[in-house]
Ligand binder design. Structure first.
Ligand code: MLT
Ligand code: ZN
Length: 572
């Protein structure tokens, strides 16, 4: 029985450079020993183990200011500011097209510039057009503001002074981390002053006993990973934009990423934050304790509020120890039902060692193979409808190996997997991850992309993809991938160029569908400019009213987050 399966699988698995998991599991002992090193590569992808080519650097040409995809603070504490000043590069989604600049906000004058130079020094007050162009444009090049000023503070105190001044002058601001956000939340809408956090990039402390890291908000995620690697720890979050995104932006958007299934969300891992409010007040909530039940835990208000309540300047975060046995399987499934069943089985059978469960469909695979250089299909070329990446992370190689082998063998026997390979070493693992992590980059290369980031009940998640395909017919490609382990679908509709007729077929349908299934219209990317008006698909009006009241209490006078203004209009 075993031998029959082995032979059958060998027929279509041979050409992969990685070790076929069927070979690995089912071949006789000699073959197993040949592959021993192949199973269970040690260490995590990223950081010092990969060379420059392998590192994922998104948008390197914009590296100067780029940072947090899935992230990025959005504190246009100044609000909806005049249509005469700013021109939307691309009005993607309904909210963007309706925003008007509020004329009550001031425009910059030479006294303002002199003040900022006095606080920050000449070189950190940037008016250079090229640099401003970068800061004004989002990673997807859908949104473009018209800011005339970029500030680069080096400390909390400097941020406090900037905000106090802007508040007194009614100057709108937008904080910016790595500018890798996907919802138009990290760039100015009009002429807001951009406050860039890149120079605040120091690790403040690391406690090797508790694993608690305290750092400034401008630290690039990948740099933190590299630093922790030297200490024998890892960051509890990992995302494709790690080469540019900043931890402050990650926290401000409650970035999810690839390991949430194992380590949970930043609401669990962030132990403390320091923030500066719109009026310049500094709130020190930078606790480094696992437990603190002294009243309301207000830091949670700042995690995922996209800068609407203040700028995160420091972060204290719990980091897990680095474990030595990391394995990655790249698998093919014949249908979505098999992916789901595989997830249920993985949670049950892999339990504590499961560290990622990602999926992509065949259109996503075609896209990344055809449009991203250096990406190769880990499996022999044959048609599969779905692909799943399963990563395990454990402390004991033999234990992990035994568990994973048993799991994969069973999955294969019951037909949940139609093909698959195991990474033999860190390089192969990186190349498998490149397929999944390269998708958003590949989408940018083919033209326009309508991007949705949804939380949905897992069993219904792919129905939306199919319905969308039926709606759009041949006019668009509907490409699906995401964090299946935590019910997060990344639904991408790719067309040669933006077209309002297509947009009208997608929205509000996609939001209504999500709301009908009690999903969230933003699983991890945030609302930003794109979905500012759509919050009511996921939040009830009375919940929103409380949020608005809290925001008003923290904010001052006219420096309100423009999203709130937009939402308030919709509410009335
Ligand atoms: C991802 O999971 O790849 C990111 O959230 C980006 C995207 O949705 O394209
Ligand atoms: Zn994602």
């Amino acid at each position: 029985m075993m031998m029959e399966k082995w032979r059958a699988s060998r027929r279509f698995l041979r050409c992969s450079a990685a070790v076929s998991l069927f070979d690995r599991i089912l071949t006789p002992t000699s073959a197993n020993s040949a592959c021993n090193s192949a199973f269970g590569f040690v260490n995590h992808r990223g950081s010092q183990l990969c060379n420059e080519n392998q590192k994922r650097k998104i948008g390197t040409c914009f590296h100067f200011l780029r940072g947090d995809r899935d992230t990025t603070l959005r504190t246009s504490m100044g609000t909806g500011i005049g249509s005469t000043v700013g021109l939307q590069h691309r009005c993607f989604g309904s909210a963007a097209s309706k925003v008007q600049r509020n004329p009550l906000f001031s425009t910059l004058n030479s006294d303002d510039i002199s003040y900022f130079k006095g606080v920050l020094g000449e070189k950190n007050v940037i008016q250079d057009e090229d640099k401003l162009m970068i800061a004004n444009t989002d990673w997807m090049r859908k949104y473009r503001g018209s800011s005339k000023l970029l500030l680069q503070p080096r400390s909390t105190e400097e941020i406090s002074q900037i905000l106090r001044y802007c508040n007194s002058r009614c100057l709108a601001v937008v904080p910016q981390g790595g500018n890798t956000g996907l919802v138009g939340g990290s760039v100015p809408v009009f002429d807001e002053v951009v406050i860039n956090l890149s120079l605040m990039n120091n690790v403040i402390s690391f406690d090797k006993v508790s694993g608690i890291l305290v750092c400034e908000a401008g630290c690039i995620l990948e740099n933190l990973m590299t630093y922790l690697d030297t200490q024998g720890f890892i960051m509890p979050l990992d995302l494709g934009a790690k080469g540019s995104c900043q931890i402050g932006g990650n926290v401000s958007t409650n970035a999810g990423g690839l390991r949430l299934v194992r380590y949970g969300s930043l609401h669990g891992n962030v132990l403390g934050v320091e923030v500066v409010l719109a009026n310049g007040d500094v709130l020190d909530m930078l606790g480094a304790l696992r437990k603190d039940n002294t009243g309301y835990d207000l830091k949670h208000l700042f995690i995922g509020s996209e800068g609407s309540l203040g700028i995160v300047t420091k972060v204290s975060i719990l980091t897990p120890p680095q474990l030595s046995a990391v394995n990655l399987a790249f698998l093919a499934c014949k249908d979505y039902y098999s992916c789901q069943k595989l997830l249920v089985e993985a949670k049950r059978k892999l339990g504590e060692i499961l560290s990622a469960f990602e999926f992509l469909d065949n259109l996503a695979m075609d896209l990344v193979l055809n449009h991203l250089e250096g990406v190769r299909n880990p499996l022999p070329p044959s048609m599969h409808d779905f692909y799943v990446l399963i990563e395990t992370t454990g402390s004991d190689e033999a234990h992990s190996k035994e568990k994973l082998e048993a799991f994969l063998l069973h999955a294969m026997e019951v037909g949940l997997i139609s093909d698959g390979v195991l990474a033999q070493d860190i390089n192969q693992a990186l190349s498998f991850w490149r397929v999944r992590e390269g998708l958003s980059e590949a989408l940018l290369k083919v033209g326009a992309c309508y991007k949705y980031d949804l939380s949905l009940p897992i069993e219904k998640l792919y129905n939306l993809v199919q319905e969308m395909r039926e709606r759009l017919g041949a006019s668009a490609k509907v490409i699906a991938y995401g964090h299946l382990g935590d019910g997060n679908l990344h639904l991408n509709i790719s067309t040669p160029q933006y077209d309002d007729k297509i947009l009208a077929q997608i929205e509000p349908f996609v939001y209504e569908w999500t709301s009908m299934h009690r999903g969230s219209i933003s699983a991890e990317h945030g609302l930003g400019l794109m979905k500012a008006n759509e919050i009511f698909y996921s939040k009830s009006t009375n919940v929103f009213s409380i949020a608005r009241e809290m925001q008003n209490n923290l904010d001052t006078d006219l420096c309100t987050y423009w999203n709130m203004e937009v939402r308030a209009k919709r509410l009335s």
